[in-house]
Design a protein around this ligand. Structure first.
Ligand SMILES: Nc1ncnc2c1ncn2[C@@H]1O[C@H](COP(=O)(O)OP(=O)(O)OP(=O)(O)O)[C@@H](O)[C@H]1O
Ligand SMILES: [Mg+2]
Length: 236
């Protein structure tokens, strides 16, 4: 069964008198444990689409099923609950809390969302920090870390609740090319280790080919789908 199914998915933003058709009848499926990118020029609808999948906004038309849930029917509260339990997010600007250490940033979703004991939390946080290669930096604050290190912590934070799906809108936009490629490859390694599906957006052609499947958006339509250069079992 697909992890994400979109049927005739459409989103129109209404601002004043005019409507902007940001997504125009998308149909696609995302398989469990896959590594997917959505690419396309500025304004093509990438953020809008990730916001719909992430239950941060609602479709105007069509059907969207995420991890067995018809999220197009959820109200705001139900969407927030679903988001906390089933999804992880990675942001372009890292969004780490500056007053918390790397360790505390990763622990935060477990404190807020999941009612885990202190001992279980410690075990989960240390395991995921080790997986992203940040165990030795765990007591540093975000402003003591490089951009790439911050994004590694953010990847750990997204994974610590063991979500089925991690959504990342332009996760490499604030990183230089080498670091960007590194972070995408880390995400792919995390997919391999935990079986978590990753969906990321980018307009950087240099990182989009790290995905297994690349969906191209143009002016709110899905115009092209291709296999990435680096399919599973074919890593360099
Ligand atoms: N909150 C909003 N209200 C009105 N229009 C919006 C809103 N958000 C996005 N849009 C419009 O919807 C379209 C798609 O925008 P979106 O942000 O999804 O594109 P994008 O592919 O993420 O672009 P970028 O690469 O610049 O991040 C654009 O025409 C944009 O102006
Ligand atoms: Mg965007």
């Amino acid at each position: 069964m697909s992890l994400v199914t979109a049927k005739n998915l459409s989103k129109t933003y209404i601002t004043g008198e005019v409507g902007v058709e940001a997504l125009k009848g998308l149909d696609f499926e995302i398989e469990p444990a896959s590594f997917i990118s959505f690419v396309g020029p500025s304004g093509s609808g990438k953020t809008t689409l990730l916001n719909l999948i992430g239950c941060l906004d609602k479709a105007t038309e069509g059907e969207l099923i995420v991890a067995g849930k018809r999220v197009s029917d959820l109200d705001r509260r139900q969407g927030a609950d679903f988001r906390g339990s089933a999804l992880g997010f990675i942001f372009q600007s890292f969004n780490l809390l500056p007053v918390l250490t790397a360790y505390e940033n990763v622990e935060y979703p477990l404190v807020m969302i999941k009612n885990e004991s202190k001992a279980t939390r410690t075990e989960m946080v240390l395991k995921v920090l080790e997986s992203v290669g940040m165990l030795d930096q765990k007591d540093k604050f975000p402003d003591q870390l490089s951009g790439g290190q911050k994004q590694r912590v953010a990847v750990a934070r997204a994974l610590v609740t063991q979500p089925k799906l991690v959504l990342a809108d332009e996760p490499t936009a604030n990183l230089d090319h080498a670091t960007a490629k590194n972070v995408i490859q880390l995400m792919r390694a995390m997919r391999d280790e935990f079986g978590t599906t990753f969906v990321f957006s980018t307009h950087d052609p240099r990182v989009m080919h790290e995905a297994e499947v690349i969906h191209t958006l143009e002016d709110g339509r899905l115009t092209h789908t291709e296999q990435g250069s680096d399919r599973r079992g074919n890593h360099d």
